[in-house]
Design a protein. Structure first.
Length: 447
């Protein structure tokens, strides 16, 4: 067989896209066996639910007893469609939820879906991924497909799976199989669900790719095949670094527009009418989650080890890291324009989550903005229709239910959820709009 032919049954080739079967035909396809999903967070749980909906037996494994309890109770932050799925499959005999890693031995495929953040030095924090991979290798049995999905540095699959499996006596590609398929879940975005988003799979050898595709096709619109885990790992880094660079550029252009007395949003939307060579990115108070503010640092960290640099990416990440500080400076300026010092000012932050439609606070710029305002002497509170409480300025603070009943020197709008009622802001002249999108608040200022 030619080296680039990966599947006789699917007709797959390197760099090929496989369109999966659909509807009842898909459910009648060859049984992929039980799939273990390690990590039931923002990626793992929707993945498990997608597999269940495709008729697959799923073993959900998480080290957090609290998370498992929340999953069983349905008290998790998911899209409405996934919450409906969770309600339907909780208690289903095809869905096992456990913290016992011994259950891994029952699975034909194991997907590792754990977070990969960065530490305070912006170096990869691989503790969760290393621990999960070690557990998977320890409990691996012959014939399994082990697949990482967490965003990470190029070579992780080799370092954390292939080499440890070889030390256990396995021959990768013969009696056990290894692949990488980066997650592509956008929390809170119902327009781009897992089911309608293409998936990338990287692995070596016909049987590895055949088996990886047969699993991934059940939860995605199509599967694009790459010849190695390393190529798939780099794909994910490229995707999110592209977004980071363009968001940094959008923020910079928004600052330029303010200097020139322009609203950046009409300018962006006008540029977006060009049908080629332009993709709209929008400014804001910063970026959060474990993707854009974290993933490019995995690449930069690895390049430093190779005595290499990526100046454009470094500049973009420096700008992203500095964005919350810019917001604080604009708060100080806006208060100063009203004759009020930041020290002692009553400031309300509207929306603490890092993006609309989620309760996710990971890497949210609002956390850094809140803490810096407090250090500057401001009296800060927040309101968020999806976040009940947050650890800010060293203590747990609860979201204000009726912020309109309080007096504020400045209202900073950070995140606007789809269900948020902000009509009380209309007519106010003390609103700083970090979203650039509050058209209904006529007297608001932007960053």
């Amino acid at each position: 067989m030619p080296l680039n032919t990966l599947s006789a049954s699917h007709g797959l080739h390197l760099g090929a896209t496989f369109e999966p079967l659909s509807g009842e035909t898909a459910l009648e396809a060859e049984d992929v066996g039980a799939v273990a999903v390690v990590g039931l967070g923002y990626v793992g749980l929707p993945t498990a639910l997608g597999l269940l909906a495709a008729g697959t037996e799923v073993i959900g494994i998480d080290v957090s007893a609290e998370r498992l309890a929340d999953v069983r109770a349905g008290a998790v932050d998911l899209l409405p469609s996934d919450l409906e799925r969770l309600e339907r499959f909780n208690g289903d005999p095809r869905f096992t939820v456990t913290d016992d890693p011994a259950a891994l031995a029952r699975a034909r495929t194991v997907l590792v879906c754990v977070p990969t953040p960065v530490d305070r030095h912006l170096a990869p924090d691989l503790r969760a991924l290393t621990a999960a991979a070690s557990t998977v290798v320890e409990h691996a049995v012959a014939g399994q497909l082990l697949m990482l999905t967490s965003t990470t540095y190029v070579g992780t699959t080799r370092d954390l799976l292939e080499e440890p499996l070889a030390k256990r006596g396995f021959t990768v590609g013969e009696d056990i199989f290894v692949a990488f398929s980066p997650e592509r879940i956008d929390p809170g975005n119902a327009k781009h669900t897992q089911d309608t988003t293409p998936r990338v799979v990287g692995g070596a050898g016909r049987e590895t790719i055949d088996r990886a595709v047969s699993v991934m096709e059940r939860t995605s619109s199509s599967v694009y095949v790459l010849p190695s885990p390393e190529a798939a790992e780099m794909t994910k880094l490229w995707e999110n670094t592209f977004r980071a660079v363009n968001i940094a550029l959008a923020n910079e252009f928004a600052d330029n527009c303010r200097v020139l007395g322009l609203d950046p949003i009409p300018v962006i939307e006008a540029a977006a009418t060009k049908p080629f060579g332009f993709m709209p990115f929008y400014p804001g108070p910063g970026v959060g989650g474990h993707c854009i503010p974290c993933d490019p640092h995995y690449l930069l960290w690895q390049l430093r080890a190779e005595r290499s640099t990526s100046p454009l990416v470094e500049a973009a990440m420096h700008a992203i890291a500095g964005r919350p500080g810019q917001v604080v400076r604009r708060v100080r300026e806006a208060l100063g324009d009203r004759g009020k010092p930041l020290d002692g000012a009553r400031v309300l932050i509207v929306g603490m989550a890092y993006k609309p439609a989620v309760a996710d606070l990971r890497e949210s710029p609002a956390l850094e903005i809140f803490d810096e305002l407090v250090r500057e002497g401001a009296r800060v509170r927040f309101t968020d229709s999806m976040v009940r409480a947050a650890l800010v300025a060293g203590e747990i603070q609860e979201s204000l239910i009726s912020p309109q009943d309080h007096e504020w020197d400045l209202v900073l709008v950070h995140t606007v959820h789809p269900n948020a009622d902000l009509t009380w802001l209309e007519g106010r002249d003390d609103v700083l709009d970090a979203t650039y999108r509050l058209d209904s608040v006529g007297a608001r200022e932007t960053l």
